[in-house]
Write a new protein. Structure first.
Length: 599
C-alpha cells in the first residue's frame, strides 16, 4: 500500500508467524519468516539501513533453523550470504563517504513494495495478471506472457497453506506450461518440453481438474516426439500409470524386506555384554547390505525399461555407449526415493552422437517428471527460481506440495549431475578420455565452486551399455589420481572435509527432531570415503571400500566391523525415514512413541 511504508507488511507477516506456531504449521512458519526477512532486506537496500539488513539476516537464519527441505535450506543460505554482501557494500559506501547515512524505514520505500492483505485486492491483481498473460500468449509474446503468469503465481504463493490457495496456484502453473510448450515447438529444445511437463505435473497436484491436465501431460510428450524427433506418434496413455505402479510395487517390496530383517536379525534385543551381540551385528549389517543391493537392482531394471521405451521411439543409438550411475547408486546406498545422478560415456564424440544422447536424456527426463515426484525448483525455471541471480528475491518459488521422490538431479548450481550438466559447455556426454580431461582441467575450479564433479565421477556404476567404456575410463582416472604424488585424492578429501566440518563436530543430544541425512547418514559416508582417499584408495561401494581399507592395513578387523555396523545403521535409518515419510523428507525422531491417551 503506497505511502504506508513497511509496517502493514511487517504486521501481516508477523501475524502469519504467530498463526503458524499456534497451528504447528512448520512450512507456513518458515515461509513467513523468509518473507519477513525479504521485507527487511528490501527496506535495508532501499534505505541503506544496516539495522534492517541485520534483522533480515536474523530472520533468514531463524527460517533456516526450522526448514526441513534441503532445497529450501539452500535458498535461505543464499539469502543470508546476499544480505551479508549488501551489508558489506553499504559499510564500504559509508567508509568511503566518511559519514553515516540516516534514512528512515518510511523514506524510500513508498512505491517499492506494493502490498495488500485484503483478499479482494489479491484476487483482483491475480486475475489481471492472468488476463494480461493470456493476451500476450495469444499474440506470441512468450516472454511477456511468462512474466505476467509468474506474477499471478507469486500473488497467491505462500499466502496461506489451505487447499484453496494450492488450487489457485494451478491456473498460472498451467498457463506457464503453455508458454514453455509453445517455446519448445519453436526452439525444438527438449529443455523447454521438460519444463512444460514439470509445470503441468505441479498443477496436477494442486488442481481439481485431473482429467484435463493428464491429457495435457500426454500432449506435451507427443509434441516433444513430433518436434524434436520429427515423428508423429500417439503416446500410450497407460505408460505413466504403468511406471507409477512399478515404482510403487518396488517400494512395497522394500518395506516387506525391512520388516523381515527386523524380525529375523535384531541385535538390539540383546544386552550389551551378550557374547552373541557381535555376530548379530554382523548379520544385521550383511542383511542391510543385501537390501541395498536389491534396491539398486530394482532401480537399474526400472531405468533400463524407460531407456528401452525411449530408444524404441528414437531408434537405436548411433555408437557404443555406457550410462553410468553416480552418487548413491555408485556408493551402494541408494533408496527408492533417491535422485537419479548419471553421465554418459560414448565411443566417439560427433555432433550426431552427442545430439542423440542429449535428446535421449531429455526424453528420459520427461518420463521421470511424469512420475509426479519432481519439485519445480529442480528445473531452474528463471521466472520462479533464478539460481544465478545476485538478488535472492529472484529465487522465490518454494514447492512443498509436489511429492519429492524419484527425479533427476536438480539444475541448481551445486547439483547438475546429469548428462546435460551445466549446459553445452559442461555436458557429461563424452568419451572416456575427454571425460577424464574435463575433470583434470577443471578439478580445482569446480571444487572451489562447490560442483564436486571429480569426487562424484571418480566412483561410477554401470546402468546399461558397454562395460568396456567404463573400464577404459576408470583406468585413465586411476592413472590421473596417481600423478603428482596423489595430489588430486588429497585435494578431494580435504575439500570435502572442510566443507562438511560441522558434520564432524560433537553433537549435543536433545529431544528435537534429527535431520537423518545431515546429522547421521552424511557423517558415516563422508568419513569412509575421505578416509579411503587420504590413504590412496579409490572409493567404490561403501561396503567394498571398508573391505579394501582392511585389506590394505588402513584399519584392523575389529574396526572394519565397527565401520560396517556404523554404515549399516546410518543407511538403514535414512532408508526407514524416507520410507516412512514417502519421499525425501529427512526429519526423524529418536524418541520412543507415546500413546495419545497418556495423561
Amino acid at each position: 500500500m503506497k505511502g504506508h511504508g513497511v509496517e502493514p507488511l511487517v504486521e501481516a507477516y508477523t501475524s502469519f508467524v504467530v498463526k503458524a506456531i499456534i497451528s504447528k504449521n512448520s512450512h507456513l512458519e518458515v515461509e513467513s519468516l523468509k518473507s519477513l526477512g525479504d521485507v527487511y532486506l528490501e527496506n535495508g537496500r532501499a534505505g541503506s539501513d544496516n539495522t534492517a539488513l541485520t534483522k533480515a539476516t536474523g530472520l533468514y537464519q531463524a527460517a533456516l533453523d526450522r526448514c526441513e527441505d534441503s532445497d529450501g535450506r539452500e535458498t535461505l543460505k543464499h539469502r543470508i550470504k546476499y544480505a551479508e554482501k549488501v551489508k558489506k557494500m553499504e559499510r564500504k559506501k559509508r567508509e568511503k563517504s566518511g559519514y553515516l547515512h540516516r534514512i528512515t524505514a518510511e523514506k524510500g520505500n513508498a512505491g517499492l513494495i506494493n502490498i495488500s492483505e485484503k483478499e479482494g485486492d489479491i484476487d483482483s491483481t491475480y486475475q489481471e495478471q492472468l488476463q494480461e498473460g493470456c493476451r500476450a500468449l495469444q499474440t506470441g509474446d512468450l516472454d511477456t506472457a511468462e512474466k505476467h503468469f509468474a506474477a499471478a503465481l507469486k500473488r497467491v504463493h505462500g499466502k496461506e497453506s489451505d487447499k484453496g490457495q494450492y488450487c489457485k496456484e494451478g491456473e498460472p502453473l498451467l498457463n506457464l506450461s503453455d508458454v514453455y510448450l509453445k517455446r519448445g515447438t519453436q526452439s525444438k529444445d527438449g529443455d523447454d518440453f521438460t519444463k512444460a511437463a514439470a509445470l503441468c505435473n505441479a498443477a496436477l497436484v494442486r488442481s481439481k481438474r485431473e482429467g484435463n491436465i493428464e491429457q495435457k501431460i500426454q500432449l506435451i510428450t507427443q509434441s516433444f516426439v513430433k518436434h524434436v524427433f520429427g515423428i508423429t506418434q500417439t503416446a500410450d496413455t497407460e505408460d505413466i500409470e504403468k511406471h507409477k505402479t512399478m515404482l510403487k510395487e518396488d517400494r512395497h517390496q522394500v518395506e516387506k524386506e525391512i520388516k523381515k530383517i527386523e524380525q529375523e536379525v535384531d541385535p538390539y534385543s540383546l544386552d550389551e555384554d551378550d557374547s552373541h551381540i557381535r555376530e548379530m551385528e554382523r548379520k544385521r549389517a550383511e542383511a542391510i547390505k543385501a537390501l541395498f543391493e536389491t534396491i539398486i537392482h530394482q532401480r537399474r531394471k526400472f531405468i533400463v525399461g524407460l531407456i528401452d521405451e525411449c530408444m524404441g521411439v528414437m531408434g537405436p543409438p548411433p555408437c557404443k555407449y555406457a550410462m553410468i550411475g553416480l552418487g548413491s547408486q555408485a556408493t551402494g546406498l541408494l533408496t527408492p526415493y533417491s535422485d537419479l545422478e548419471f553421465a554418459i560415456l560414448i565411443e566417439k564424440e560427433t555432433d550426431n552422437n552427442i545430439k542423440y544422447f542429449r535428446n535421449l536424456t531429455h526424453y528420459l527426463h520427461l518420463k521421470v517428471i511424469n512420475l509426479g515426484e519432481t519439485i519445480l525448483p529442480s528445473l531452474a525455471i528463471k521466472s520462479l527460481n533464478d539460481f544465478n541471480s545476485e538478488n535472492p528475491l529472484d529465487n522465490w518459488y518454494y514447492d512443498s506440495v509436489t511429492p519429492r521422490g524419484f527425479s533427476f538431479d536438480g539444475a541448481m548450481p551445486h547439483a547438475c549431475k546429469t548428462p546435460l550438466g551445466r549446459g553445452k559447455t559442461c555436458e557429461l556426454i563424452r568419451t572416456p578420455s575427454n571425460m577424464t580431461k574435463l575433470l583434470q582441467d577443471n578439478v580445482t575450479f569446480h571444487l572451489k565452486k562447490g560442483y564436486h564433479l571429480a569426487s562424484v565421477l571418480g566412483n561410477v556404476y554401470l546402468i546399461t551399455g558397454e562395460q568396456k567404456l567404463i573400464d577404459e575410463y576408470m583406468a585413465l582416472w586411476t592413472r590421473l589420481l596417481q600423478e603428482d604424488n596423489n595430489k588430486i585424492p588429497l585435494l578431494l578429501a580435504n575439500t570435502i572435509l572442510k566443507e562438511n566440518s560441522p558434520t564432524f563436530e560433537r553433537q549435543v543430544l536433545s529431544a528435537s527432531l534429527l535431520n537423518v541425512k545431515k546429522e547421521i547418514y552424511r557423517f558415516s559416508s563422508i568419513a569412509v570415503s575421505c578416509w579411503a582417499l587420504l590413504h590412496e584408495i579409490q572409493p567404490t561401494t561403501i561396503w567394498e571400500t571398508i573391505k579394501k581399507m582392511q585389506k590394505n592395513g588402513v584399519i584392523n578387523k575389529e574396526n572394519a566391523h565397527h565401520l560396517m555396523v556404523m554404515v549399516s545403521i546410518s543407511a538403514e535409518l535414512r532408508l526407514r525415514t524416507y520410507m516412512h515419510n514417502h519421499g525425501q523428507l529427512e526429519n526423524m525422531s529418536a524418541l520412543s512413541s507415546m500413546p495419545t491417551e497418556t495423561d
